[in-house]
Design a binder for this molecule. Structure first.
Ligand code: NAD
Length: 474
């Protein structure tokens, strides 16, 4: 990085101070990793998992390290997947083939639903009616009628936790960025761009690969519209939720283009989609998900596939939640300062304006990136002299790109731990039913916008999936 593009020490300290201030406002659930300790059995939430396929087993791998919950039951119609899930958690939960039998078990307080999208609603409904707390993976529901039905059902069961699997809501970096947006550190945020690009040709994903049996094989649920919302449900859902969160509202309308151009193996979901969401006050999110290229133009190209860029009049943040191998990170770039005042002397005026323009281009790069720091690098005021110097050195090295600050805890661990806390305390989850529902609505309407090639307004959902009023025309 050329010298003139580096952040000066003074600038850095000032900037880091601003983020420390917002980061300090975030509850300290992100501190040290969960300590594995034995709890009294009655202090643990006893849960069952329904669906031990890819996501179910992944969650079980994380659940194994969370001692506030205990897996007492597991269910899957596929014996191999059931065995894999049971082996992953390792404490010999009772095994079920029929989820209704699991729901009838008295020792199950809560269920984790990691099933194909088209059966999220019936299983969540049955679980709520059986008195269980529910963590259901995104998207919470599949069809418009399920939006209305689950809202009503949740109102009838207010004491039961209903959380959805939008783990970015539990990320330290994402929470810090939300605080930056709310406190005006990025100025007026009008634009967000998000992408999730994969190269399915060079690196096929087992989840998206067509298996024998076509639509009759439930293992192919992701690639058929009868069971799946395609890329929109599986990928966009996470990122439109980020836009809703950052903008603090749902979109007014969505328009887009979906296309199946490469993975023509009988599937009927698109392999590339582009969407534009219009929010109130002129705010917009542009979105892209493709299947033939995985480049992510953030973080100097060091991370693949997915991320979001939040653009404000005073600054920009690029962030990605990453995965188990590449933890979440976020980098902040400040906008160049306002152009200098124009001088009064004729002749010099033009020159001044030109210099201001040139400065703008150069200082756009000069102001970044400033990596957002993890909470362990916040100054508490209680550190010893040495600890303070070490923290300062780590912050400084991070600002120079020598060290990379990454999320200390996987947000998946935080979301699961938080679910058990909510079950015990009755507190509303961060990814609550309304957030899950807004997310599902966005997916349903985005697919509709691409299907029908028109702008779809978000208030249209209120008329969809409701029985026609008898005797009323239209
Ligand atoms: N939050 C995230 O980042 C994230 C990531 C991946 C997947 N997911 C979500 O997790 C869910 C599951 O996805 P997946 O990748 O694990 O799919 P998967 O196909 O790998 O697993 C689904 C499992 O459900 C089982 N199943 C199907 N019908 C059943 C029934 N009636 N009763 C019991 N078991 C049944 C299948 O046999 C399979 O083992 C999806 O909604 C997906 O969107 C979320």
């Amino acid at each position: 990085m050329p010298q003139d593009r580096e952040v000066s020490r003074r600038d850095f300290v000032k900037a880091a101070g601003a983020v420390s201030a917002v980061a300090a406002a975030i509850p300290a659930v992100h501190g040290a990793p969960a300590v594995q300790k034995v709890r009294a059995a009655n202090d643990q939430v006893q849960y069952g998992i329904i669906g031990t396929g890819s996501r179910g087993s992944y969650l079980l791998k994380h659940l194994k390290g969370i001692d506030s919950g205990r897996c007492v039951a597991a269910c899957d119609i596929n014996p191999e997947n059931l065995k894999h899930g049971v082996d992953t958690i390792g404490n010999n939960p009772k095994q079920y083939k029929d989820y209704r039998e699991l729901l009838a078990a008295k020792d199950v307080d809560a269920v984790i639903v990691t099933l194909p999208l088209f059966i999220h609603y019936p299983v969540t409904r049955d679980a709520l009616m059986a008195g269980k707390h529910v963590f259901c993976e995104k998207c919470l529901v599949f069809k418009p009628e399920e939006v209305h039905a689950l809202r009503a059902l949740h109102l009838e069961h207010p004491k039961q936790t209903l959380q959805t699997g939008l783990q970015r809501r539990y990320s330290y970096f994402y929470q810090t960025v939300k605080q930056m947006v709310d406190k005006g550190i990025l100025g007026n945020v009008h634009h967000i761009h998000a992408q999730w690009h994969r190269n399915m040709l060079n690196k096929p994903s087992a989840l998206w690969t067509m298996k024998p049996g076509g639509e009759q094989n439930i293992a192919n649920w992701r690639v058929y519209r009868s069971m799946s919302g395609g890329l929109t449900a599986e990928l966009t859902s996470h990122q439109v939720d980020i836009a809703d969160w950052m903008f603090g509202s749902q979109p007014e309308f969505v328009m887009g283009l979906g296309s199946l151009d490469t993975l023509k193996d009988g599937r009927d979901v698109w392999d590339n989609i582009q969407l534009i969401y219009k929010y109130p006050n002129g705010q917009k999110m542009t979105y892209s998900s493709i299947s033939t290229n995985s480049f992510l133009p953030f973080f100097n190209g060091t991370r693949p596939e997915m991320g979001e860029i939040i653009m404000g009049s005073e600054g920009t943040v690029e962030m990605t939640v990453g995965d188990d191998v590449h933890p979440a990170i976020a980098w902040w770039y400040r906008e160049p300062p306002k152009a200098a005042a124009v001088t009064t002397k004729a002749g010099e005026k033009k020159k001044e304006a030109y210099v201001a323009g040139a400065t703008m281009v150069a200082s756009g790069a000069a102001n970044g990136p400033i990596p957002i720091m993890t909470s362990d690098l916040n100054f508490t005021g209680k550190e010893s002299f040495i600890d303070k110097e070490v923290k300062f050195a780590r912050r400084w090295l991070t600002s120079k790109g020598v060290m990379v600050q990454e999320e200390q805890r996987n947000p998946v661990d935080v979301e699961l731990e938080s679910f058990f806390d909510c079950c015990r305390t009755g507190q509303a989850p961060k990814a609550n039913v309304e957030i899950g529902m807004a997310d599902s609505v966005a997916v349903i309407l985005s697919n509709q916008a691409m299907d029908e090639g028109r702008k779809v307004y978000f208030n249209e959902i209120e008329k969809m999936g409701k029985p026609a009023v008898p005797g009323k025309k239209g």
